[in-house]
Write a protein that binds this ligand. Structure first.
Ligand code: ZN
Length: 233
């Protein structure tokens, strides 16, 4: 067998190996590991925290966009529903949450639209800040992933956001002002692996926050599930 025939044989063998590599193959939307996290979590998902070394590494990783196929999937609906339940759970009581906080490195956030009637929570896939607007303001922020702490963070008063409409899959843009614009800046940062403590002028332990949350935390929190430390870490 000459060299070129050998190369062809090797290529065919490699292709066959790849075709048979079942566990590494993408089967439908989301990767196998992401599907595990989404389906195995209870409705109030485990929230990654900076106190845990492995969690803190994950929280620093940039997130990927979601494809149209993924946005149309039942799995995305389940992720959205669980993120909404998680951020509104009494032990969290947040106004926003980003997918990396629940171990999914994708660009999707849930934000409470305090600027809308009824202050609904909404899901924003493929979120990006297109432009920052207005003056710099001093924002008082906390984060579900940094429990018991608060910080003063310079933010801009307004922002133009872009996202993919989860129902129509059309690109959307909106100009937002006030505290809601700050929530979007905080959540969009999460998708780039940035935490508010990176931008904060000052950070302190918030005893009031700890006292408020402790009874809920004791009642509702649970240890990190085993599968969170599974493949991919
Ligand atoms: Zn946060």
């Amino acid at each position: 067998m000459n060299a070129s025939k050998l190369l062809v044989a090797a290529t065919v063998a490699l292709a066959l190996t790849a075709a048979c590599a079942g566990p590494r193959k993408m089967q439908g939307p989301f990767e196998v590991w992401e599907r595990t996290v989404i389906t195995m979590n209870r409705d109030v998902m485990y929230v990654f925290v900076t106190d845990d070394y492995r969690d803190s590494v994950e929280l620093r990783r940039p997130c990927r966009d979601l494809s149209d196929e993924e946005l149309r999937s039942d799995l995305f609906d389940m992720l959205s529903r669980k993120m909404l339940t998680t951020v509104q759970a009494p032990q969290h009581g947040g106004v926003g949450i980003a997918a990396p906080q629940v171990g999914i490195l994708r660009r999707v956030v849930a934000v409470q639209r305090l600027d809308k009637e009824g202050e609904p929570f909404e899901i924003y896939p493929n979120l990006r800040i297109v432009e920052l607007l207005g003056d710099t303001v001093q924002s008082r922020e906390g984060c579900l992933s940094i429990p018991g702490k608060r910080g003063i963070v310079p933010r801009r008063e307004g922002a133009v956001i872009a996202w993919t409409d989860p129902k129509t899959l059309e690109p959307r843009q909106e100009e937002i002002h006030g505290f809601t614009a700050i929530i979007f800046q905080h959540e969009a940062d999460h998708l780039d692996g940035i935490l508010y403590i990176d931008r904060a002028d000052s950070v302190w332990i918030d005893q009031e926050w700890l006292d408020e949350r402790l009874p809920y935390a004791q009642a509702g929190d649970y240890d990190k599930p085993e599968w969170v430390n599974g493949p991919g870490y």
